[in-house]
Design a binder for this molecule. Structure first.
Ligand SMILES: [Zn+2]
Length: 222
């Protein structure tokens, strides 16, 4: 990445765009979902924007998909109720890897969108401590908790798909003076690296395994 920057010696031009009234554009984006594939090598965005409307059974012109480049895409809907119907079907995957799909928001962050909502089963909490606030506290460590189902020890969490998944956390339950390794089971999870738990590559392309093979491990890790 940095190499490209070095090769490209042309001076960077800064373009100044004067203020203009974009409220009509913003209004039209009210029925837009925006998304990103997590593993562009395995997920062709052109195929995704063609196939997703068929999967959603909205291929009769009710939604139009566009490839935005760099792994991003958008879907413009005609009807609000179709958006709700689609969002009900989360968590999203394509070609066996994860996809982030969110309602459009005026965000200029470079990695937007990267949010993925998962239902996560939390395994290992003693049954007599199954309470909303315990699951919420654990869920907060892996993302932003949206819902808690304490009957089934599950939390719905928005995670940042650009960060590695967390599969276990040591928890100290002071009330019973026990330390437990609590495990997370993600529903509808496809495609992640078994070495570093990233959603963006498989273990054969893992930068962490490369560095091990090249003998570049840092001394303080030994
Ligand atoms: Zn990896």
């Amino acid at each position: 990445m940095s190499e490209i920057g070095r090769r490209n010696a042309a001076p960077v031009l800064r373009i100044r765009v004067p203020w203009f009234d974009n409220s009509d554009i913003i209004r039209s984006l009210g029925k837009t979902l925006i998304g990103r594939v997590m593993n562009p090598e395995m997920q062709n965005v052109g195929s995704l924007v063609t196939l997703m409307p068929k999967i959603w059974k909205l291929d009769d012109d009710r939604v139009t998909g566009s490839d935005l480049g760099l792994g991003r895409f958008r879907f413009d809907f005609k009807r609000e109720e179709d958006i709700f119907q689609v969002l009900e079907t989360e968590t999203f995957t394509f070609n066996e890897w994860m996809v982030s799909i969110v309602r459009w928001e005026p965000v200029v962050r470079r990695d937007y969108p990267s949010e993925i909502n998962f239902w996560v089963r939390i395994v290992g909490v003693p049954e007599d401590l199954w309470e909303d606030r315990i699951f919420r506290r654990i869920g907060d460590e892996i993302g932003t908790v949206r819902e808690v189902d304490e009957v089934n020890a599950m939390v719905k969490v928005s995670i940042d798909g650009t960060k590695p998944l967390c599969f276990e956390i040591p928890v100290r339950f002071e009330i019973e003076e026990v330390d437990v390794i609590v495990k997370m089971e993600y529903e509808k999870l496809f495609g992640y690296c078994e070495t570093c738990f990233s959603l963006r590559h498989d273990k054969d392309s893992c930068p962490e395994s490369d560095s091990c093979e090249d003998g570049e491990e840092e001394d303080d890790l030994n």
